[in-house]
Design a protein around this ligand. Structure first.
Ligand SMILES: NC(=O)c1ccc[n+]([C@@H]2O[C@H](COP(=O)([O-])OP(=O)(O)OC[C@H]3O[C@@H](n4cnc5c(N)ncnc54)[C@H](OP(=O)(O)O)[C@@H]3O)[C@@H](O)[C@H]2O)c1
Length: 303
């Protein structure tokens, strides 16, 4: 339909162009290299270098994998990382007291509380114990408020990484119809805010959206963070759309996203792969936030 074969030779099978892959590994390695250079320069000048404390409560295998990947990335760029592993049945008081002691520790410049926490722990309460100057995950109420107000502060790593990936590929946001599927505090909601601040016209969809496919088909830029395996398929995308798949699902066939890539890749202009799309950008953004924490005067709002 409307496609010709690449050679223009009659009779040769029609080749439908596949979407451009928005490669997060390439973009992330550039960002990581920039972070590494600045840290090296700081170290050479005798300035503070970042030290990230990670906290993992319980033994969720996926969380273990994520924390290990984050710590490995820290080491690669010269960020010191100190890990705290607590048993799954840790009390609120125990986790709170660890956070409080890390807040007071001058050697620690960033604190990451790996989510999700075991169900008996109050996630919001614990996140809000983190000193906003060390909130490199951008998940405290203070950081959320700053983001909503459009004032400088730490931006959550996945939304920050999505924007950085799109910017790496020179996607402009102004005036674009952007649809975000998912309104979590971790991904969808901050993404909608960031896109709106960059002058996109944003629709934020969720599980009560009446006609998801129709909303998505209206998107020039479609970002899917619903946590539902292959939720988005051909009937959800307009020809030529740019699609970002934030979802990650471990299946027997390997990692898959919230988007059915095989169904849409000949229809859209550009698409993030899973794996190798948003995941590496999330980690690169954490490194950038960790670096920003040492650039910042702790008495002033973080940049
Ligand atoms: N690549 C990365 O680095 C990275 C980082 C973070 C998360 N993730 C992945 O991204 C996905 C989303 O994560 P999350 O933490 O934002 O998930 P979440 O907290 O479970 O939120 C999911 C959101 O999607 C909405 N939703 C669920 N089913 C829907 C449906 N059928 N139609 C429309 N909306 C629907 C929910 O709506 P309601 O609000 O109405 O319930 C909710 O707002 C997950 O697969 C997660 O693993 C990836």
């Amino acid at each position: 339909m409307g496609y010709s074969n690449v050679y223009g030779i009659p009779g040769l099978a029609t080749i439908r162009p596949a979407a451009q892959l928005l490669d997060g590994r390439v973009a992330a390695s550039e960002l990581k290299a920039q972070v590494a250079v600045e840290i090296e320069q700081r170290a050479a000048a005798g300035e503070r270098v970042p030290a990230l404390a990670t906290i993992l409560v319980g033994d969720d295998p996926a969380s273990h994998t994520y924390v290990s990947a984050k710590r490995r990335a820290c080491t690669e760029v010269g960020i010191r990382s100190v890990h705290h592993s607590l048993p799954a049945d840790s009390t609120l008081e125990k986790v709170a007291s660890l956070i409080t002691s890390l807040n007071a520790d001058e050697e620690v410049t960033g604190i990451l509380l790996q989510l999700p926490l075991p169900a008996h722990l109050d996630t919001r309460l614990l996140l809000d114990l983190i000193d906003p100057a060390k909130d490199v995950d951008g998940l405290t109420t203070t950081s959320g408020g700053r983001l909503a107000q459009g004032t400088p502060g730490f931006v959550p790593c996945t939304p920050k990484g999505v924007l950085a990936l799109l910017e790496h590929y020179d996607v402009d946001f102004a005036g674009r119809r952007a649809v975000v599927v998912g309104r979590s505090e971790l991904v969808g909601r901050p993404l909608a805010t960031l896109l709106s601040q960059r002058d996109a016209t944003v629709t934020l969809c969720h599980s009560r959206t009446r006609d998801l496919a129709a909303e998505c088909r209206n998107a020039e830029l479609l970002i899917v963070a619903a946590g539902r395996e292959r939720l988005v398929s051909e009937r959800h995308v307009a020809p030529g759309a740019i699609v970002v798949d934030v979802g990650i699902h471990r299946t027997a066939a390997g990692l898959v996203g919230d988007v059915d890539h095989a169904a849409i890749r000949h229809r859209v202009a550009a698409l993030t792969p899973v794996p190798g799309g948003v995941g590496p950008m999330t980690i690169a953004s954490l490194l950038e936030n960790a670096l920003a924490a040492v650039r910042t005067n702790p008495l002033a709002p973080p940049l």
